[in-house]
Design a protein around this ligand. Structure first.
Ligand code: ZN
Length: 396
């Protein structure tokens, strides 16, 4: 990875804590519009007539199209785009790298394809349509726009930026899938066309650079062909397309860390495209990336004594945030609901309470918000009320 590129120098500070809605996007684009290099235009409009922008930069023969937030509640890729714009606009010791990228490539960004969904913090557009299942029917204006842009640009490379639930983990590591990658298949056989081969090689390289920084935190999405999705179809149409999903990372529920990873991935990938360095990657490395799986809870209470109709048993309790998606603001996501009860020893969690010697005071029900108390008989107590932890032992 570009160890010499200091991310904090380029991080777009306006996007640090605020939700990435359309008004904020417009504000930042308005500021960029006065700067050199970048060409900005309104490419089209959402169902509720919000502007969808296209930002283009570079003069090279290799065309690259990058789009984000087609799911309105998945803002991490959009944030990383603006960090990357700051890098591309700067004049500093990295001029050689940015000139390499901008002279070999022409980059076309579509940040926030679904501004109506971003406004209401939901996946779907204002018509209730999942844009990424609308390639075939083309019923949403956002799907029509993305398709038209793809036809106009005819990109050699495509980057499809998403967020995934924090509960996705990596097979074999039980770590969160902080980044998941895929060169989407273009048919049921997951055939390797020339452009898909390039995408697989790029993904193998991205996995390699991430593995030195966050080993075990990188997964691969399912290779099942989805005929209604954009990535699969752009791959079919000859664009070397890469899916990048930002996920959870321990202690970083605000997704600022995976945003930084997105920035580094994109910068690395663009350099590889500019130099054709990806061609040295072996696709075996792509196939060796472990699959995404779900072996995580937000909170796991282990070894608890549980009163049941057939006596006291030992069991674990797995709890997840009732809003199952942690890109939401913290106050909306912090309610715990009971997801599973029993032997959960094969699972990991963002937070673990070892409740050895603790007993549950009352019975509890699957799927309910957490409303229970556990004590160890020595005045140490955890109490959950309406999904929140309201009491923990004093020694903690
Ligand atoms: Zn998505």
């Amino acid at each position: 990875m570009h160890h010499s590129v200091k991310y904090s120098s380029y991080k777009e500070l306006l996007l640090n804590s605020t939700w990435m809605n359309h008004a904020l996007l417009k504000q930042i684009i308005g500021r960029i519009a006065g700067q050199k290099k970048m060409e900005i235009k309104v490419a089209g409009y959402s169902a509720q007539q919000r502007e969808i922008y296209q930002l283009s930069v570079g003069s090279g023969p290799i065309s690259v199209m990058l789009w984000s937030q087609m799911h309105g509640d998945e803002p991490t890729g959009t944030r990383a785009f603006f960090d990357l714009f700051n890098f591309l606009q700067a004049d500093d010791e990295h001029d050689e790298l940015r000139q390499l990228i901008l002279s070999k490539c022409t980059l076309h960004f579509v940040p926030m394809l679904n501004p109506d969904g971003a406004e209401t913090r939901q996946r779907r557009n204002a018509q209730g349509i999942d844009i990424n299942r609308d390639f075939l029917q083309q019923q949403s204006p956002e799907a029509q726009l993305l398709t038209r842009l793809h036809q106009e640009i005819q990109p050699d490379f495509g980057f499809n930026m998403h967020d995934q639930e924090a509960l996705w983990s990596v097979t074999g590591t039980k770590k969160p899938a902080s980044i998941s990658l895929l060169a989407p298949p273009a048919d049921d056989q997951a055939s390797v066309s020339p452009n898909r081969l390039k995408a697989m090689q790029l993904v193998a390289g991205i996995h390699e650079i991430l593995s030195s920084g966050i080993p075990g935190y990188v997964g691969k999405w399912s290779e099942t062909f989805e005929p209604r999705a954009f990535g699969d179809n752009f791959q079919r149409l000859g664009t070397a397309t890469i899916l990048i999903e930002a996920g959870g990372y321990p202690g970083a529920a605000d997704r600022q860390y995976v945003r930084e990873l997105n920035f580094k991935i994109l910068l690395y990938a663009l350099e590889q495209i500019a130099t054709a360095g990806y061609q040295h990657q072996n696709v075996v490395a792509y196939h060796q990336i472990p699959q995404n799986t779900k072996e995580l809870f937000h909170l796991l209470i282990k070894n608890l004594l549980l009163p049941t109709q057939a006596g006291i048993i030992k069991a674990d309790i797995g709890l997840n945030h009732s809003h199952n998606f942690d890109a939401l603001p913290l106050q909306q996501q912090a309610l715990y609901a009971i997801q599973d009860i029993g032997d959960l020893s094969t699972y990991n969690a963002y937070q673990i309470i070892d409740a050895q010697g603790y007993q549950l005071e009352h019975a509890l029900n699957l799927c309910d918000l957490a409303n229970f108390t556990i004590t160890d008989g020595l005045n140490n107590t955890y109490r959950f009320q309406n999904g929140r932890i309201i009491l923990t032992p004093k020694f903690e």
